[in-house]
Design a protein around this ligand. Sequence first.
Ligand SMILES: Nc1nc(=O)c2c([nH]1)NC[C@@H]1CN(c3ccc(C(=O)N[C@@H](CCC(=O)O)C(=O)O)cc3)C=[N+]21
Length: 284
Amino acid sequence: MTAQLIDGNALAAQVRADVAHRVQALKARGVQPHLTVILVGEDPASQVYTRNKVADSEQTGLGATLERYPTDMTEADLLARIAQLNADPAVHGILVQLPLPRHMNSHGVIEAIAPEKDVDGFHVASAGALMVGQPGFRPCTPYGCMKMLESIGMTDLKGKHAVVIGRSNIVGKPMALMLLQANATVTVCHSGTPDLAAQTRQADIVVAAVGKRNVLTADMVKPGAVVIDVGMNRDDAGKLCGDVDFAGVKDVASWITPVPGGVGPMTRAMLLVNTIEAAERASA
Ligand SMILES: Nc1nc(=O)c2c([nH]1)NC[C@@H]1CN(c3ccc(C(=O)N[C@@H](CCC(=O)O)C(=O)O)cc3)C=[N+]21
């Protein structure tokens, strides 16, 4: 069997087109939706990512500002800037790019963002809202993964067993909650799981979110399973690759997401969805 690709670039383009419509509708009511992205420090990857986020936003008609600050910015200054943005009615979404410099407490900085502007979905209030099924902002990566499942007709996951590999606060844990909300039976595996393959072989859906190459190989996948690869790694040749042994798993799975061109573009697209959503809620 050869799996079909879930094309993250194509799906992200559809999502952006939908966001662009919503932007136009808000603008017609005199509201310019706006995202502010904060980058502290000089990390080259973060510079690329944040520039992409601003470019994506502008492409859909969303206003976006990238604010860059030096590595030695004090945490107090960053918190003060966040407080200003919280109070600014022209700003609907605030994203603080991670990782922050080591002298800052990322947790405290994220909690300083007003929950109604937390378009990353990283605030404890957003996590709590997801946990209890209240409206809030969902973290962009797992939200994008759910959209990818929907795109292949997997909306209600009743009767499906989903296995999530990884338990991070930004992917694994919220992913498990979203799958659960869609009625899947969910198993969360992690570094302390004794026999990972025994778990993944039971899965109709596997989400790999570890950050390590070849975490999921063909022998670990039930024939016909759907495989979502959240990983972002480099192979020995320096090429971008995911957590899944794509070459092997594609012959076993029914659907698989590529890296690049899979979850990454969807993560970026869902940030735009959260931002237009924030602006709509603020002006409702
Ligand atoms: N506050 C915060 N929010 C984030 O969402 C956040 C963050 N900090 N810090 C860093 C990570 C990383 N991240 C990516 C999203 C999309 C791609 C992406 O679009 N990747 C392309 C390839 C990019 C390439 O070629 O390098 C793809 O998979 O096709 C990559 C990385 C968001 N992050």
